[in-house]
Design a protein around this ligand. Structure first.
Ligand code: HEC
Length: 147
């Protein structure tokens, strides 16, 4: 798959910012409360990754030469599997995030986007992420061909 260079650069920059921030947060919480609230986790992932393209108000826009859809007031998000499918597989100008976000972070950001920018309050769980990921179509690597 070939990616436009501008998009690769953008994702690399947001990924770096994200990693830096996670390190800072782990340090901040040392000795303090170890519980990271899911809502905070979702908001942080949104602000550090998604907002670069979908914008702070989640109304989308046209960045990096791509047309970015709004996530706010988006009826497609009524189905919790929908954002997970995008996060797990990507589509068009939307990268997949399986190598950047843990299942917990995908669940948290999907919960955040659905509840904060829409009115779908039921949480998305790690089990939902795993279920949608397992339903991935296409050939499963077969290790009888590995050696
Ligand atoms: C590099 C830019 C970029 C980043 C970062 C990004 N997206 Fe997207 N996103 C897109 C583009 C472009 C589309 C449209 C994809 C298409 O249909 O071709 C999209 C589509 C979507 C859709 C489907 C919307 C619809 O109406 O069909 C969802 C849901 C979504 N993104 C969620 C997220 C979440 C959550 C994050 C953060 C983890 C995120 N995106 C990060 C560019 C991005």
């Amino acid at each position: 798959m070939s990616l436009p260079v501008s998009r690769v650069a953008l994702v690399a920059v947001t990924a770096l910012a994200f990693v830096t921030n996670v390190g800072a947060r782990a340090q901040d919480s040392a000795g303090g409360s170890s519980s990271v609230k899911v809502a905070d986790e979702g908001r942080q992932v949104y602000e550090q990754i998604c907002q670069a393209c979908h914008m702070a108000d989640a109304k989308g826009g046209a960045g990096a030469g791509a047309n970015i859809p709004a996530l706010a007031n988006n009826p497609k998000l009524a189905d919790k599997d929908y954002p997970l499918t995008l996060l797990l597989r990507g589509r068009g100008g939307m990268p997949w995030f399986t190598d950047m976000l843990s299942p917990e972070q995908m669940a948290a950001v999907a919960t955040y986007v659905r509840s904060h920018f829409n009115n779908y309050p039921d949480p998305v769980s790690v089990e939902d992420v795993k279920r949608v990921g397992a339903a991935r179509p296409g050939p499963v690597p077969d290790c009888t061909t590995c050696n």
